[in-house]
Write a protein that binds this ligand. Structure first.
Ligand code: AOF
Ligand code: ZN
Length: 361
């Protein structure tokens, strides 16, 4: 029975992930309804504002679900949000047992959903594949309690720790598989951020280049509003939402606004954008996750400010050398090795010729 339960929950988890990139700032949730050892309905939360996973599963049920088991990756909600409470639907459909992956940290739910079901005489078991269910929604879990984006620092480097040759050439550090994985991450997270240095050097577009992908909102950290009007970012700002974080308004910011850029005026820290303040502003805009793609100065500032939650480092087993060749994290750096920031829950995933090392801060 334990194995069966996990199998159904893993199916629900796979369904949940089909919502990736479409449900922010909501969680990805999947649901499977089982009767007499057979799946009779499946659903997932498909897009923000749309039906929740449970209601989608009921809508697709091929049989009457009286007495059936319902597997859902997140505790059913019991509040009116953009949609009615899922607990009502579970009770109305006379479900017999509910298996929950993890409780919903949303203060409006937080255990109350499970209690309402129990009070209605439904058997409820929580914590089925709990770790996996939490992991898929680490962005949601952070955002719902902190109201700031969950930030992932991403970079690709050679085995000798360089992100480019001493000439600045960086095409490409990693192979195709690793680069595709980056675009999948861009598709999953609602926003991407780089520093002004990266804009001036690379003139990037920061779009998601996979079939059916969705472009992330672009955020440029640019204290003195130096982003050029003829940069590809500004030239596409009317089509792809673009925010430039500055420390004061002037003619330059007004000119950027005329080109469709949204200016975020931030508090100042060491004459630069106060990143903690910027994160609060992005959170208030509903941005729950952010991919930080460099450059090295911004990466260190963000780490030092404590606003980074995950590191996603692609390592290409090759050596480029060069004392002046850049590494992924610059700034002043910490003085002592004991100050180095350790990663937790580290994984290493081979990606064809490269490796992806990930961990939480
Ligand atoms: C569920 N099943 O599939 C999801 C849930 O504004 P709404 O109506 O979409 O509600 C959003 C909240 O509902 C969200 O913050 C989270 O607590 C819960 N999401 N709950 O039972 C689902 N997506
Ligand atoms: Zn719900």
């Amino acid at each position: 029975m334990q194995e069966q339960k996990q199998e159904y929950m893993r199916r629900a988890l796979a369904l949940a992930q089909r919502g990736a990139g479409h449900v922010n700032p909501n969680p990805m949730v999947g649901c499977v309804i089982v009767k007499d050892g057979k799946i009779i309905g499946e659903g997932w939360h498909e897009h923000i504002g749309g039906l929740h996973a449970e209601r989608n599963a009921f809508a697709h049920c091929t049989e009457d679900c009286t007495g059936a088991d319902l597997y859902v990756t997140l505790e059913p909600c019991c509040h009116w949000g953009r949609t009615p409470p899922c607990t009502d639907a579970v009770i109305e459909h006379k479900i017999g047992r509910v298996f929950v992956g993890c409780l919903d940290p949303n203060p409006l739910v937080a255990g109350k959903g499970a209690q309402i079901l129990r009070d209605a005489g439904i058997e409820v078991e929580t914590g089925v594949c709990e770790d996996e269910c939490r992991r898929v929604n680490e962005v949601f879990f952070h955002y719902i309690t902190h109201k700031t984006p969950f930030v992932t620092l991403k970079y690709a480097m050679t085995l000798d720790g360089k992100i480019a040759a001493h000439t600045g050439d960086s095409r490409w550090v990693t192979g195709e598989t690793a680069r595709r994985h980056v675009h999948e991450t861009r598709n999953r997270l609602p926003a991407i951020m780089v520093g002004i240095g990266t804009v001036l050097e690379d003139d990037p577009l920061l779009t998601c280049r996979i079939d059916g992908g969705r472009d992330p909102i672009r955020v440029i950290c640019d204290s003195r509003a130096r982003t050029p009007i003829d940069s590809r970012i500004v030239q596409t700002a009317n089509k792809i939402p673009t925010y430039i974080a500055v420390v004061g308004q002037n003619e330059r910011t007004a000119e950027l606004e005329r080109h469709g850029v949204h200016i975020l005026e931030c508090k100042t820290k060491n004459e630069r954008v106060d990143l903690a303040d910027l994160m609060r502003q992005l959170g208030a805009l509903g941005i729950d996750g952010l991919l930080l793609e460099g450059g090295s100065a911004l990466a260190f500032s963000a780490l030092e400010a404590g606003v980074v939650h995950r590191v996603q480092a692609y390592i290409a087993p090759k050596i480029i050398g060069g004392a002046g060749a850049k590494s992924p994290v610059g700034g002043l750096g910490f003085d002592k090795m004991v100050q180095a920031l350790p990663l937790k829950d580290v994984t290493c995933t081979p990606m064809d010729e490269d490796f992806l090392i990930e961990g939480r801060l």
